[in-house]
Design a protein. Structure first.
Lengths: 356, 419
């Protein structure tokens, strides 16, 4: 999808035209984390690596679509879903349905991993109470996968769009085409078989979902960084000041040297994290938080430096740069902030048996 | 004849290392930046490095990628990588790797005569010769091609005069590779020649420079009528810049060079998050979220640096980036060093500003911070790295130079370098 078209999608309710997502699904964007028996599969045996190549391309173009929530939910349904949940999985794979993952909660319960929403059994129903925010694609999803607390552990349930007691308030997003909402659950009742996996034992699964979401955001941010860098390097050659290209000034050259260094570093730590996740390596947790922290902090600064080097045109709607700035900005703040990722890493390092 | 497989080589290396080398804390080999040992201790380290190098040589584990005819094993970078992995957590002959193997022995391999290579490379691989690079001068750091050290032909010899600086450990080293000016009437890059000579001789005065933290490992040499036979010239007369360009490439490669033996994961004197973890524990802040954030920042940079280094090496090998991209790694290493030492100092707080004899990890935080910029200066400043990246990796316009097409004699020099 050309970048010029994306600029026109800001008033599109879902953030993309009607047939876009079914076409994306037709290209395999939704099937890579799904097992062979459920109609998915990855030929390379490294599904996150494969999926991250798509995420990278999405980032390069600031492309729309509920890529992260659909893939997160599809993988979980493929691993733990049963009965009618597998019908939803089939629809997700074909792009005829989309999903949302209701995970994060509003302040003051917005710390990474903080879950106050409850899921309890009442007769033959599961009852959900709590608020989730921001939830990507919530207002447009066929089903929401809700993560809540059930006793001492976590639980996940599928809630259909329009469920009684569920209120969706759409939010204005810093991204042009990515849609978020705040979702309130006031005693929302779903049947017992809406649970995905056993109640109270979903902690590991939720961690996996978080890591997949972070990995895809990271790969997407790397793509956005590459494009923003390319635009900026081109601009330093095309733009003349005082009779010479601005790229001939050492100040600008040194800034571009820093930028390409951060770009390569961002790409390196992201690839390392995704390879480690695919391999189930012991350092995968450390690497994915390091990648998210690095991309959040340095990716954000890099994009802002691209704006600065562009000058006034860099902060106009007409220029493409903001599409990438928006994507990096939203990815920086969802599923944990750089500070939270740093603290997670510091906690892992100081509690390890020996100095890291 | 069949080549030893990487797996067999690894197994052999592992067995040798576990049976013969001492396990050490990989962060403890801090290079020259910390003032943490006496002269006697340093000399003992040098002696042990020579001994370990010899043990590796006798075990056929030294000079992995050096050609067999010069005492090497003629194996591949994959073999070297296996050895490097097996060495993690063990002592290794650090002082013989840089600058002896890279850049000095690497330059000899590229430009030395057959006789020069036969004479020196096996001796280096046996731990008998430790080399220094005599490159920087008091008047020229980044601009090494403006060297003022002169070499004048006298019969079959050359007579060298001048001064070289920033040689690490020259006071215990054996040989020097030296860039000198042999022609003052041509532009600066065309009047240079490279020589080698023993450091322990009359005419070579080695002065140890005291750094701001008390370390005295950096040296300055004063050369007074040092006589070097023409057979110890490396490369062509006035062809020193051809040698020098490769020389600086090998210098940038340093611990990333496939010729160098270095435990994979070792910091080699660079800043690391391990120091912060030690400070956090010592000060009882290991459960403090603010401490966690500082440690996590250091850890993020450290991990990113490691993976960037691999990515750059792979990209240069595949041709995605040209070999000037080594400067990207250099820039990031310098930047992360600055950040990590600052984080370490912030974590130590007032314990880094004033310390007692019984303090442990926190006592070095202040001095590490004071010496913070050293790693962004030595081995090529970050500013030069940024020039290389922007001009030679990104293809941005070159800086204008006014000294390119004039005789070196006529190039303006600052007040500190008139002669």
């Amino acid at each position: 999808m050309p970048v010029a078209t994306i600029r026109g999608l800001r008033d599109e309710p879902a953030g993309y035209p009607d047939d876009y997502w079914t076409q994306a699904a037709g290209l395999g964007w939704t099937a890579l984390l799904v097992s062979d028996e459920h109609g998915g599969g990855s030929l390379s045996g490294a599904p996150l690596t494969d999926l991250s190549l798509i995420a990278y391309e999405i980032g390069l173009r600031a492309a729309p679509g509920p890529f992260v929530p659909v893939n997160v939910v599809a993988e979980t349904l493929s691993a733990e879903g049963s009965g009618s949940q597998l019908e939803l999985l089939d629809q997700l794979i074909h792009g005829t349905a989309t999903a949302a993952w209701a995970y994060q909660e509003p302040a003051p319960h917005d710390a990474l991993g903080s879950i106050e929403t409850t899921i309890r059994i009442e007769g033959d129903s599961l009852v959900i109470d709590g608020v989730k925010r921001p939830v990507e694609n919530a207002a447009h999803a066929t089903y929401l996968l809700v993560t809540g607390r059930a006793g001492s552990g976590l639980a996940q349930v599928l809630v259909p769009a329009g469920a009684e007691g569920m209120t969706i308030e759409e939010l204005t997003s810093a991204d042009l085409t990515r849609r978020f909402a705040s979702v309130r659950f006031d005693g929302v009742r779903v049947p017992l078989d809406a649970a995905v996996g056993d109640l109270g034992t979903a902690d590991e699964r939720v961690t996996r979902q978080l890591q997949v979401a972070l990995a895809m955001h990271a790969a997407e941010t790397v793509g956005a960084i590459h494009r923003a860098f390319e635009l900026t390097l081109g601009w330093t050659a095309d733009r003349y000041s005082f009779g010479r290209p601005i790229g001939s000034y050492q100040e600008i050259k040194h800034r571009m040297a820093d930028q390409v260094t951060w770009r390569e570093a961002a790409h390196a730590i992201t690839d390392a994290a995704i390879v480690a996740l695919d391999a189930g390596a012991p350092d995968a947790t450390e690497l994915i938080h390091a990648a998210s922290a690095f991309l959040g902090e340095y990716g954000g600064e890099l994009l802002q430096d691209c704006v600065q080097i562009h000058g006034g045109i860099g902060v106009t709607f007409e220029h493409d740069l903001h599409l990438f700035l928006r994507r990096v900005t939203v990815n920086r703040a969802t599923y944990g902030t750089p500070s939270e990722h740093y603290r997670k890493l510091g906690s892992l390092a100081t509690s390890a048996g020996s100095a890291a | 004849m069949s080549v030893e497989s990487v797996a067999d080589f690894r197994a052999r290396a592992r067995e040798f290392i576990r049976d013969n080398l001492k396990p050490i804390n990989p962060d403890s080999q801090f290079g020259t930046l910390r003032n943490d040992r006496t002269e006697q201790e340093e000399l003992a380290f040098v002696a042990r490095d020579r001994e370990v190098q010899r043990m590796l040589f006798d075990a056929k584990l030294a000079g992995v990628c050096f050609p067999k005819e010069y005492g090497g094993l003629g194996l591949t970078p994959a073999h070297q990588a296996a050895l490097n992995e097996e060495l993690f957590g063990f002592e290794y002959p650090q002082r013989i790797q840089a600058p002896t193997i890279a850049p000095c022995a690497s330059v000899l391999l590229d430009f030395g005569t057959e006789e020069q290579k036969q004479r020196h490379i096996p001796a280096i691989l046996r731990g008998e010769e430790i080399w220094m690079q005599l490159l920087s001068e008091p008047s020229s750091g980044s601009d090494v091609a403006s060297a003022l050290t002169s070499a004048v032909r006298e019969g079959d010899d050359w007579i060298l005069n001048g001064s070289k600086i920033w040689t690490t450990g020259a006071w215990w080293s054996d040989w020097g590779l030296c860039l000198a000016r042999t022609n003052w009437d041509v532009p600066k890059h065309r009047g240079l020649t490279v020589f080698m000579f023993p450091l322990k001789q009359e005419g070579v005065a080695v002065h140890r420079i005291e750094m701001l933290n008390g370390s005295k490992e950096f040296c300055q040499e004063f050369l007074t009528d040092v006589r070097v036979p023409d057979t110890d010239r490396v490369g062509e007369v006035d062809g020193g810049w051809t040698v020098g360009t490769r020389w600086m490439y090998h210098e940038r490669m340093l611990f990333s060079s496939p010729l160098v033996t270095t435990p994979k994961g070792n910091l080699n004197g660079a800043a690391g998050s391990g120091a912060l973890v030690a400070v956090a524990r010592e000060l009882g802040r290991d459960a403090d979220p603010i401490a966690h954030e500082l440690v996590g920042r250091a850890r993020t940079l450290e991990l990113t640096k490691q993976h960037l280094s691999s990515r750059i090496a792979e990209s240069m090998a595949s041709g995605r980036l040209n070999d000037q991209a080594a400067a990207i790694g250099r820039l990031f290493n310098g930047y992360t060093g600055q950040r990590i030492f600052t984080l370490e100092f912030d974590l130590a707080g007032a314990h880094g500003a004033a310390w007692g004899d019984n303090d442990g990890a926190s006592r070095v935080a202040g001095e590490d911070f004071l010496m913070r910029q050293a790693a962004s200066i030595g081995g090529g400043t970050l500013e030069m790295a940024r020039n290389v990246i922007s001009e030679r990796v990104l293809g941005m316009p070159r800086e204008k130079s006014i000294d390119k097409d004039v005789p070196f004699r006529d190039v303006p020099r600052g007040a500190t370098s008139q002669r």
